[in-house]
Design a protein around this ligand. Structure first.
Ligand SMILES: Cc1cc2nc3c(=O)[nH]c(=O)nc-3n(C[C@H](O)[C@H](O)[C@H](O)COP(=O)(O)OP(=O)(O)OC[C@H]3O[C@@H](n4cnc5c(N)ncnc54)[C@H](O)[C@@H]3O)c2cc1C
Length: 663
């Protein structure tokens, strides 16, 4: 191919631009990793440290990150106003599941040697809260973290607590209690006969879209017929075997003639007569369920079935969510150190082994250069020639590279289809700090969720950092509370608020903004005030009646400060139906490993996509590691074997076989 003259001139001009790094700093950079998020940091570490540079010399690995910090959507902040008490807070990704995220667990507890502690979420995620079908839950969650005795849900002014003595992970979830109080008298113009379905569905047992997929009465016979065997498998190996068998049966399966990768959970739910009220209920009671139900059926069933089997892994300690911690200086208890410590640990070790990491380097173009190289151009004018390229970038970042760049340029049809089907949804988070931790001292709310569908929803009493003069008596407590965790934001209300709180544009693929912003209660700009008032308004709406009931006058006080983070444009991904190539197989995971293989203009260096977007574990850090591990194993000329700290059964089924199952 002859390159356009203007492109060659642009590159020549760029190469002549002075840079801030020392001359020769990029010499020898051959394996180029764009992005120092978890996927990029892990790739560098696996090659340079875990594999000891045996496949790719460490000195030839260069990581380029557009921001001034590593971590991407994992961002642990520590330099906060004094009211936060020096705590480390994660304003992006924060926890992982010890059983269901074996790559991250293996890494954290193995070579990185970090300590973790339970982060128990009384409501679990959308699936755990809602997906019952018959008598068997989607996951068999083994309760090994200390039980939370008094989880609380505050919604629409009502306070829900579980029945005495019932652990929260059984069917008596608070979501279930909310459902029990649900009324079909919605202000919709749905004729009474059509409410709750024309098929005689009982209003007392509204269905969830996810519940249709799992359990012994799943609408997918490949799942229904094997479900009991899966959840009653005698041990982990047997459960993984049943999952393999189930996934093999699902490969090529259809629902009413539609392949499962061309069908969303909502489409399926609507097809079987799930009513608007039932869909609304799913959205109302579980954060994130609204977007999650837009996901393609093939992806969610593959992830969930595997998670059931992984839940039976032979593990010591909790099979639950955990966060990295370190002992408190006082010797009493532990403090969260943040998920950022994992990324930093990887990059520190990789750098020590000879990997070079360049911050403030935004890649703007990546073009094949001859048959085995790809030239990467950076915003500051730097040019680097890669003989292998790992792109640790989400969909918006890849799109920002443009259609002249790999992987879009020269992409295979399979990649185009899978990539086009990815959809990003926004998230936002806010922690506020008070000298008096009123939710503990006045309301005794140690764990649980509060939210009423307002713009800043889903506060979590069990998330934040609090110190008490007397912890047992809950007196003299001060610290922070996660006051808002918004996933999906269908109305756009929260997104608007969080973006508006930035002085310039919010974080996006093309802005230089970072996600967090500190709101100082004593010095609020007019712009800050919008978000501050929204947060406090919601807190007061939910809690003032409860505080009044226990004799606390004046309601929720103003916080001393808040830290907010708007991951609105670069949130997390879901895979939506990819039916553009009707009749083609769903080979998305394979396409992400080698997006240009089989493409019309396949030339240049091998390219691999590593990151959360390119896995079935969407929205989880584990997904970034699995996609990297697949690229390292399957990538042409790589072939890195299973690391000793990673479970062999998992590696064979999920990495080697792309979680496609086996008969
Ligand atoms: C609010 C929130 C809460 C979450 N909670 C959890 C959780 O509790 N547990 C969990 O497991 N996961 C959670 N996640 C998801 C988790 O954070 C992500 O899955 C994970 O961090 C993704 O890592 P990644 O490497 O795929 O991508 P990223 O972290 O996005 O890394 C990509 C990197 O590439 C850089 N980059 C992009 N474009 C360019 C370019 N052109 N040039 C150079 N560099 C570039 C970016 O700056 C970034 O550093 C959460 C996410 C959010 C937003």
């Amino acid at each position: 191919m002859i390159w356009p003259v203007c492109w060659a001139l642009a590159l020549a001009a760029a190469a002549a631009t002075p840079r801030s790094v020392a001359a020769g700093a990029y010499d020898g950079c051959r394996t180029i990793i764009i992005g120092a998020g978890m996927g990029g940091a892990y790739t560098a570490w696996r090659l340079a440290v875990d594999d000891g540079g045996a496949t790719v010399p460490a000195a030839s690995i260069c990581v380029f990150e557009r921001a001034a910090r590593p971590g991407g959507r994992i961002h642990t902040v520590t330099d906060l106003p004094a009211a936060f008490g020096g705590a480390a807070l994660d304003v992006g990704g924060y926890r992982f599941h010890r059983a269901e995220h074996p790559t991250l667990r293996g890494l954290v507890e193995g070579p990185l040697g970090l300590t973790t502690h339970c982060y128990s979420d009384p409501l679990g995620d959308a699936l755990r809260g809602l997906a019952t079908n018959g008598s068997v839950h989607v996951t068999r969650r083994v309760q090994a973290c200390p039980p939370i005795t008094q989880p609380v849900l505050i919604a629409r002014g009502s306070r829900f607590v579980p029945r005495a003595g019932v652990p929260f992970s059984t069917s008596a979830t608070i979501d279930e209690q909310v459902k029990a109080k649900w009324t079909p008298e919605l202000p919709y113009t749905i004729p009474p006969d059509a409410r709750w379905g024309l098929g005689g569905n009982s209003p007392a047992a509204p269905r969830s879209p996810f519940g249709l997929l799992f359990g012994p009465t799943s609408v997918l016979p490949e799942i229904a017929s094997r479900w009991i065997r899966l959840v009653t498998a005698p041990d982990y190996a047997a459960a993984m075997g049943v999952a393999d068998e189930m996934l093999a049966a699902l490969r090529g399966a259809t629902f009413r003639g539609v392949p499962l990768h061309e069908l969303s959970v909502y489409q399926l739910a609507i097809a079987v007569g799930v009513t608007p009220e039932e869909l609304a209920l799913t959205q109302d009671t579980s954060a994130g369920a609204n977007v999650a139900a837009q996901v393609v059926v093939s992806s969610i069933v593959a992830e969930s079935i595997r998670n059931v089997a992984l839940g039976m892994a032979p593990l010591d300690g909790p099979r639950d969510f955990v966060v990295p911690v370190a002992p408190d200086a006082s010797g009493a208890g532990v403090n969260r150190t943040g998920l950022g410590t994992v990324v930093e640990g990887l990059l520190d070790a990789a750098t020590a082994a000879g990997v070079r990491v360049f911050y403030n380097h935004r890649a703007v173009l990546a073009r094949p250069w001859g048959s085995t190289s790809t030239l990467v151009a950076f915003e500051d004018g730097a040019l680097v020639r890669a003989s292998r390229l790992f792109l640790n970038m989400g969909k918006p970042d890849v799109l920002a590279l443009g259609t002249m760049s790999v992987p879009t340029h020269g992409a295979s049809p399979a990649f185009r289809r899978a990539f086009a089907a990815l959809r990003v949804f926004g998230l936002s988070k806010a922690y506020c700090a008070w000298p008096d931790a009123w939710w503990l001292t006045a309301l005794n709310a140690t764990a649980g969720i509060g939210g009423s569908g307002g713009p800043t929803v889903s506060l979590r009493y069990h998330d934040g950092s609090v110190r008490c003069a007397d912890a047992a008596a809950r007196v003299g407590c001060s610290g922070s509370l996660l006051v808002s965790y918004n996933i999906g934001d269908v109305t756009g209300a929260a997104s608007g608020l969080y973006i508006a709180s930035h002085d310039g544009a919010g974080l996006s693929a093309t802005s230089d903004t970072d996600a967090p912003r500190v709101l100082d209660g004593a010095a609020l700009s007019s712009r800050d005030r919008l978000l501050w008032d929204a947060i406090h308004g919601e807190l007061r709406r939910l809690h003032d009646p409860l505080l009044a009931a226990v004799g606390v006058a004046g309601g929720v006080p103003d916080a001393a400060a808040c830290v907010t983070a708007g991951w609105v444009d670069l949130g997390v991904h879901v895979a939506t139906p990819n039916g553009a190539g009707v009749g083609l197989p769903d080979d998305a995971l394979e396409a992400f490993v080698a997006p240009t293989e089989g493409g019309a203009a396949a030339r240049g260096a091998p390219v691999h996509l590593v990151g959360e977007a390119y896995s079935q574990e969407h929205a989880w850090t584990e997904g970034a590691l699995r996609s990297a591990e697949r690229a390292l194993y399957h990538g042409a000329g790589l072939g890195l074997g299973r690391p000793p700290w990673l479970d062999a059964t998992f590696h064979d089924s999920v990495i080697v076989r792309f979680n496609r199952g086996r008969a």
